[in-house]
Design a protein around this ligand. Structure first.
Ligand SMILES: [Ca+2]
Ligand SMILES: [Ca+2]
Length: 77
C-alpha cells in the first residue's frame, strides 16, 4: 500500500522534466522507478502503464491518473 504522499514524491521523481505529467520519455529516463510504478500498478512495461492508465489518452500520466492506477491495482489484490 502506498500513501498519497509517497505517491506524490514518486510522481515528482518520475516527472524528470517537471511538467506535471509522466510521459513515456520520463518513464524511460527513470527505469528503476518505472519498475516500482509497474509493480504498484500490475503493469509490466512503461508502455503498458501508459496504455492501461492514461484514461484521457493524451499520451501522458497525470498524478490523478497515477493515483487511480495504484488504487485500482490495490483493489485487485
Ligand atoms: Ca514530464
Ligand atoms: Ca493522461
Amino acid at each position: 500500500m502506498t500513501t498519497e504522499q509517497e505517491l506524490q514524491s514518486l510522481f515528482n521523481t518520475l516527472d524528470t522534466d517537471q511538467d506535471g505529467k509522466i510521459s513515456i520519455n520520463d518513464l524511460f529516463l527513470s527505469p528503476g522507478l518505472s519498475v516500482i510504478i509497474s509493480s504498484e500498478t500490475n503493469s509490466t512495461t512503461p508502455q503498458e502503464l501508459l496504455v492501461n492508465y492514461d484514461s484521457d489518452k493524451d499520451g501522458s500520466i497525470t498524478f490523478e491518473e497515477l493515483k487511480e492506477a495504484v488504487e485500482k491495482a490495490n483493489n485487485l489484490t
